[in-house]
Design a protein around this ligand. Structure first.
Ligand SMILES: Cc1cc2nc3c(=O)[nH]c(=O)nc-3n(C[C@H](O)[C@H](O)[C@H](O)COP(=O)(O)O)c2cc1C
Length: 411
């Protein structure tokens, strides 16, 4: 019954508080023979351990409970990142004791199953699969889309006439793939899963982590049956996970305000994400009530992330104010480096972006060409406000260092 937990670094013996009430003065007969002497010793040792445990910061005890529930050895989660979730990154994070993740938004069912199979085989299976809840079909305005195409032509190859028609993979088929892949955790963003799908997750013992970015969304997710809330501060890189696209740029809540408010509003564990990229951020998140921290941009410079070199280099020199939230890549609000294209497309006089996913289709030629030429000003370079804290080190080193540093701050 004795084992070391990576979360605490302590050897814990499971001695119940009830059994510890039987101290030698209350139960003197415990000392009457050899067996009872051993029992008495165990109880004394257990009491010492409990004392040491109670000296442990409550935030660490909370994190430990989360890790035990989800089979992790430390409370660091890789963020699901559509288009930036290669199996190699999840394998490295999971092998270091954290949780891997796949942003499956753009993946066909077969690719989702292959990803899960590979990560499970190489990492022991600690990972989450993530999907976006789909928006209603976008309203189309061909005249406006023409204006956007003309604007985009100044920045890259002309967008094809039907570029805005691009349709994402079928959501229902992706949901079936999630169930067939049978991960320990499935997560949602941009809304909630339909009740029927939630029931099927629960029947298979798959936990549901719901991304939210306001207190109201957190409450709605808990009511809908989420097992864990992932609270995304507006510092986060990539798309904002707001349920309603139209509110994403208005309701910009920072993690320092969002996290304690969400922790107070719900009874289920809360994971913090957005702008966390080192031990200080993780410690702060746990002290504000989180059970674990989820990191996205902070892993993008790791070799296992296979990030485009121009993007990875740009992250290293991007200060918090060098990022910006806009809809200019996909039509949904997301935080990226404030490149020349982003500045121009958000300047007065530029055409407003088309809704998601029309804008994503319209900008695909620009983004692809930017990637080919390595020009970050024409690439989609998502970045959280702590981009410059990302280190170009192996992901397992990043995981361990971040957690060691966080623990040291809470000792
Ligand atoms: C490149 C990139 C892609 C992302 N794609 C998704 C996604 O598909 N689903 C999702 O829930 N969140 C997505 N996010 C948001 C992350 O899950 C997370 O909230 C964010 O990375 C946290 O902020 P940080 O980047 O400052 O660590 C993405 C973020 C990045 C940087």
């Amino acid at each position: 019954m004795t084992r070391q937990t990576a979360t605490t670094g302590l050897y814990l013996k499971r001695v119940s508080v009830a059994s510890m009430a039987h101290t030698d003065s209350q139960c003197p007969y415990l000392r009457s023979d050899g067996i009872n002497r051993i029992r008495s010793f165990e109880i004394a040792e257990g009491r010492a351990q409990l004392l040491r445990m109670t000296k442990m910061h409550p935030a660490l005890i909370r994190a430990q409970a989360f890790c035990e529930r989800f089979g992790l050895s430390l409370p660091i989660l890789l963020a699901p990142m559509a288009g930036a979730s290669p199996p190699s990154l999840s394998i490295a994070v999971a092998k270091a004791g954290g949780l891997g993740a796949c942003g499956a938004l753009l993946m066909q069912p077969k690719a989702i199953l292959n990803w899960a199979e590979q990560v499970r085989a190489d990492s022991g299976g600690a990972f989450q699969l993530n999907l976006w809840a789909p928006d209603p079909p976008p309203a189309r305005d061909r005249e406006h889309e023409e204006e956007i195409r003309t604007f985009l032509a100044q920045w890259g190859p002309e967008a094809l006439i039907d570029a805005g028609d691009a349709t994402p993979p079928d959501f229902n088929a992706q949901c079936e793939a999630l169930l067939n892949a049978a991960p320990p955790i499935v997560s949602s963003v941009m809304g909630l899963y339909p009740p029927e799908f939630v029931s099927r997750l629960k029947a298979r013992n798959i936990a549901w982590f719901a991304n939210i970015s306001t207190v109201a969304e957190a409450r709605a997710a808990e009511t809908a049956g989420a097992d864990v809330i992932v609270a995304q501060g507006m510092e986060a890189g990539g798309h904002r996970g707001c349920f309603e696209a139209a509110r994403a740029e208005r309701e910009m809540v920072g993690l320092f305000a969002l996290l304690p408010a969400v922790v107070d509003a719900v009874a289920i564990p809360v994971v913090a994400t957005g702008g966390i990229a080192d031990g200080r951020g993780v410690a702060a998140a746990l002290l504000l009530g989180a059970s674990a921290a989820q990191i996205g941009t902070g892993f993008l410079r790791c070799p296992e992330a296979k990030t485009h070199p121009a993007w990875a280099e740009a992250l290293a020199v991007t200060p918090p104010e060098g990022t910006i939230v806009s809809r200019v890549f996909s039509g949904r609000a997301g935080r990226s480096i404030a490149t020349d294209y982003v500045r121009a497309a958000t300047a007065r006089g530029a055409p407003a972006p088309a809704p998601y996913p029309v804008q994503r289709g319209l900008t695909s030629a620009l983004r692809e060409n930017g990637g080919k030429t390595g020009d970050i000003h024409r690439m989609q370079v998502w970045a959280g406000q702590s981009a410059a804290m990302a280190r170009a080190d192996p992901a397992d080193e990043v995981v361990r260092r971040v957690w060691q540093d966080a623990k040291a701050l809470m000792a």
